[in-house]
Design a protein around this ligand. Structure first.
Ligand code: XIL
Length: 299
């Protein structure tokens, strides 16, 4: 096939991108979006500060615009994200203890209920582990409500939308030997053993060209898959858009049956949260870069 989405579909997978609601009126942007991608992840519009700016006052306007656009184009939607230490509204940042736990669970329930049937997979919890060599949980107001906050969020999400795939999502989890990767692996293994509802693991895969390509990336993908979860590459971008690295990522995903989709974190370099590193598949004028050709060829 001649587009990323159609080629991925031939492999039984999706190829998605992060989308910003305020760019849907940019026809150069939507031309590429509609042509190339068959999955979208709202870049910021489903985050806690966007959907519950004041406690118990929910605002879905921008997220709904993205969902409507996706539906009109036959694209699937990944929901991102229900519980996270970052991009919390001020009222939540100032909460703790039981009040915060209940507010978080209410948020998960309300948002997952609003989008029930429209979101294929949710990043239920994002970035809950610390960087470095400890494999510990990240300290946050949510973590301080008790170590079981993650499973509580997953249970609330399952109850609200029983058909959505429920994912744990994190970064710096590409290298299989990294302590953080191992810690996430042990959590997912524990959840599966105890029947905590989890269906997928998202590897953000914001990759940095200074270090070598993680030669054990495929091992990371297959190891998670062997626990009985799908694995998705959820926020891919690569410093400098090294075409070989992009090709490697696609090949590694295709080698693992349960790696069922790849999402890049934006369309053009100018859309990227790390624009100065030009990490995406299209340049700022919307032209295909060598990394695009490498991905299409590998798919
Ligand atoms: C980023 C967005 O791309 C930016 O627009 C925003 O200012 C900050 O968040 N990990 C995640 C994403 O899970 O939600 C982040 O997205 C990038 C890192």
């Amino acid at each position: 096939a001649t587009t990323l989405g159609a080629s991925a579909a031939e492999r039984g997978r999706y190829f998605g991108t992060a989308v910003a609601a305020n760019k849907l009126s940019d026809s150069a942007y939507t031309t590429i979006l509609n042509r190339e991608f068959n999955s979208v992840t709202p870049e910021n519009e489903m985050k806690i500060d966007a959907t519950e700016p004041n406690q118990n006052q929910f605002n879905y306007a921008n997220a709904d615009r993205i969902v409507q656009h996706a539906r009109s184009q036959g694209m699937q939607v990944r929901g991102h994200t229900l519980a996270w230490h970052s991009q919390q509204p001020g009222w939540m940042q100032n909460m703790s203890g039981t009040a915060l736990r209940n507010a978080m669970l209410n948020h998960v329930t309300q948002v997952a209920t609003h989008f029930r049937g429209q979101v294929v997979a949710w990043d239920v919890v994002n970035e809950a582990f610390a960087d470095g060599s400890t494999g510990a949980r990240r300290d946050s107001n949510l973590q301080r409500t008790g170590n079981d906050w993650i499973e509580a969020a997953f249970r609330a999400a399952r109850a609200a939308d029983p058909n959505a795939k429920l994912c744990y999502n994190d970064y710096n989890t590409d290298d299989w030997t990294h302590a953080k990767t191992q810690a996430v692996y042990r959590m997912v293994q524990d959840f599966k053993q105890r029947g905590v509802p989890i269906d997928c693991v998202g590897l953000q895969s914001h990759m940095n060209n200074q270090s070598p390509y993680p030669s054990n990336y495929r091992t990371t993908l297959s190891s998670f898959a062997a626990l009985g979860v799908d694995v998705q590459i959820t926020e891919l971008d690569i410093e400098g858009a090294n075409a070989t690295w992009y090709r490697n990522v696609v090949n590694d995903c295709l080698a693992v049956a349960r790696c069922n989709g790849i999402t890049v974190w934006g369309i053009r370099d100018s859309d990227s949260w790390r624009a100065s590193q030009t990490p995406l598949l299209f340049n700022s004028s919307g032209a295909k870069k060598p990394a695009y050709d490498a991905v299409l060829q590998a798919l």
